[in-house]
Design a binder for this molecule. Sequence first.
Ligand SMILES: [Zn+2]
Length: 488
Amino acid sequence: MRPELKLDLALLSAALLLSSIAAVHKTNAQDTYDIAIANGRVMDPETGLDSVRNVGISAGKIRAISSEPLTGKVNIEAKNLVIAPGFIDLHQHGQDAENYAAKAADGVTTALELELGTADVDAWYAAREGKALINYGVSAGHIPTRMAVMHDPGSFLPGGDAAHRRATSAELEDILAGVEKGLLRGALAVGLGPAYTPAATNWEILQVFHTAARYGASVHVHIRSSGRAEPENLSGFQEVLADAVATGAPLHVAHIQSTGGQDVVHELDMIQAARSRGLDVTTEAYPYDRGQTRIESSLFDNMENQPDSFYASMLWPATGEYLTRESFLRYRKIGGFIIAPATTPEMVRAAIVDPLTMIASDGRLVDGKGHPRTAGTYARVLGEYVRQEKALSLMEAVRKMTLMPAQRLEKRAPLFKSKGRIQVGADADITIFDPDKIIDKATYERPEQYSEGIQFVLVNGSMVVRDGKLVQGVLPGRAARAPVKPTN
Ligand SMILES: [Zn+2]
């Protein structure tokens, strides 16, 4: 390039920069925004902005962040409140109106089913189009695809051949083709859970990673059970780490505080070490020491002769009773959700405060029954770990709920570059909460109770929570989906 041309370009870009600054100023002074949020503490984990500002929103996007007052058709007073990016939950199984309402009340603006995923990506998105309170998205799921190919009778999780039988080579081909089709149809990631498909060989799981790698899709995995039953046996974790190394697929380890058991710190150390060697490995945690799963699933195979205390520790949320050996065996034949101890409060804290973990709920409510993590995860981290225990800074907690999950997905699904941030041009997915009051209200006995202290939630520029209450009759949620590619 000739030197004078270089100079001209420099002048031109300086002129453009000046004119764009002038444009922003003009916008601030004259425009009336759809919504103006006044006097809130804006927290943007990417730029580090943590100051009182006014935010102007129009047509679903953040248009201005200013120290000057802004005018809106609708005005929100946010004095003493935090204006954070809407929370992005990478792990939310319940994907219907009941669950979206509970998520919105906990500050979640995007809820994603990435661990289990689906066997039919098109149908999954079509079922929610125009009907969702918050943004939604799904992965191509190895478990449901294996269930479909092997005709497993289970609902939600496998209870038959998909759990207990090795796939034939023809079945394996169909399973991999199914996962690949999901990726072509814009699945955000690949879902995987060898704990629930114990008969899937190490080879089969490796092939799933190969498929994900070809599409740059992260693999969100519930690792094979090992740590909980056998401390210092890391083989379930090492399996997926090895597969990520061998294939180049990005790896995301689901709920490390539960599947990591007593080895959660060892596993976090291994993730940090892998990252320092350039591997794309991430993880998540939820702030509860009990888990929820299906009683008929393979996690409870060969548990008929445990001590009484084992059964007594398990809650049957449908009735609120704790189990005995007799009721365990009876309910296992019927099938249903169960809440069982997963780890200790110390291990949960270690996972939540570690800079590596994102916050993700693993939530699902059915007619008000389920685990409190569905409705309480985010407010619990902000109320208990940030405010009460001071175990985590507010900005660090916000980062774990917003920017980190957006960055996890943005290479494959570029729409996430506009989420998880309070910046001009970003999607107006915004959670406004009182840092002095925010707290979870969901309990193991009353899991459906909404969190408190979350005052306003906006999804694509529409209010879904106003003055601490859900707004009725609005459905601004949109599909969060990777680009769709042609299939043959
Ligand atoms: Zn799981």
